[in-house]
Design a protein around this ligand. Structure first.
Ligand SMILES: NC(=O)c1ccc[n+]([C@@H]2O[C@H](COP(=O)([O-])OP(=O)(O)OC[C@H]3O[C@@H](n4cnc5c(N)ncnc54)[C@H](OP(=O)(O)O)[C@@H]3O)[C@@H](O)[C@H]2O)c1
Length: 334
């Protein structure tokens, strides 16, 4: 039995599909408020066997803070894919981001150790690494300094450290550090939010990032677990692209005008207004110094390690955007 946390999320649902396609038994964590209808719908995009596969999932209600529920979820499980997280850059989500990402990860690690889980995969993030100007980073790059970073990256860094400690204490772990994941469903959250800005806003940002299709992240996660490469981490990106390029690709698909790049001083003025208004203007609340740095810097990531390990061929960014934006448009029509 394999357990997937964050199974209703944009990535977790595709990890489940990958496991089900390989004939594995899947138990999935959801919360009473989770939207299973939306998850079921997006299975259509990925598989012609969508209904059969969806009906094979054993759903279990558990919150990452509910140790009793987690214990029930992990009982009898050999492998855990820990995909659940709170992805937010909004300072007002500070408590929740830290609680879900750090305490939630510590809880699931603790119970996985107690119940002798054989393999544990943690979905970390490329954002736990520093950005080096004009230079590619690899798995040995320096980690971020928590204080100067977005609340999300800082929390993922602390959770990643907890996984490393569990690994040192004997749990068989694999860590993956994806760049920005391009996927379908859960559009209002996580990287879906950024994709929606690229689709709808007349502006974009001067930075860039490593990008990867959700299907590649899921496939690689499962292949690494099958190969038992414990104690290792892998950066997962297909290509490094400027936000402007991503936005232009999407706008072209939608038949819209290209977006213009927001100059850094606009963002800095917004940050000052946010400070003066003490965060009372919702549109400016996200303009903290670390968030501006995130939107205006370009983290270039090397995928050498995973390509060598699995002889892997990634879906291109163009193919990925075409596939997922089409899904978005079909969903809107339906
Ligand atoms: N998206 C990206 O670009 C990106 C890039 C790098 C790494 N990652 C990492 O990849 C993983 C998946 O991200 P995603 O984009 O799929 O996120 P997402 O779509 O926002 O999904 C988050 C998932 O976490 C679950 N969750 C949140 N709080 C929970 C709690 N307290 N207890 C139980 N479950 C909880 C949600 O369940 P509910 O249905 O109950 O809300 C949902 O299934 C995360 O670890 C994220 O940090 C994402």
């Amino acid at each position: 039995m394999v357990l997937v946390t964050g199974a209703t999320g944009m990535l977790g649902r595709v990890v489940m599909l990958e496991l089900l396609n390989r004939g594995k038994k899947v138990r999935a964590i959801k919360r009473p408020s989770s939207n299973l209808k939306e998850v079921r719908k997006s299975f259509e995009y990925y598989s012609s066997e969508n209904t059969i596969l969806f009906n094979q999932i054993e759903w279990i209600d558990a919150d990452l803070f509910d140790k009793k529920g987690l214990r029930e979820a992990i009982l009898g499980v050999e492998e855990v894919y820990h995909c659940a997280a709170k992805v937010s850059y909004d300072q007002t989500d500070y408590e929740e981001v830290n609680k879900v990402n750090i305490e939630g990860t510590e809880n699931i690690l603790e119970i996985s150790k107690q119940l002798y889980v054989k393999k544990f995969l943690y979905v970390s993030s490329s954002l736990i690494f520093t950005t080096e100007k004009e230079k590619m980073i690899g798995e040995n790059a320096a980690f971020i300094d928590g204080k100067k970073n977005t609340i999300y990256a800082a929390s993922k860094y602390k959770a990643d450290k907890a996984v490393c400690l569990a690994s040192a204490a004997g749990l068989n772990t694999i860590i993956i550090n994806p760049g920005m994941i391009i996927g379908s469903g859960n559009w209002e959250k996580s990287s879906g939010e950024l994709l929606k800005i690229f689709m709808n806003a007349p502006y974009t940002f001067s930075g860039g990032c490593g990008c990867v299709d959700v299907r590649d992240v899921a496939k690689i996660a499962v292949e690494l677990m099958d190969q038992n490469v414990f104690g290792e981490r892998f950066l997962i990106v297909s290509e490094n692209r400027k936000y402007k390029e991503l936005s232009d690709l999407i706008k072209k698909m939608l038949g819209k005008r290209k977006s213009w790049v927001l100059p850094q001083f606009f963002l800095s003025i917004g940050r000052l207004l946010n400070i003066i208004s003490r965060g009372s203007l919702p549109g400016l609340r996200m303009l903290t110094r670390p968030n501006i740095e995130f939107l205006t810097s370009f983290q270039r990531i090397s995928n050498d390690k995973v390509v060598r390990m699995l002889n892997y061929h990634f879906i291109t960014v163009e193919q990925s955007i075409l596939f997922h934006i089409n899904n978005f448009l079909n969903e809107k029509k339906g």
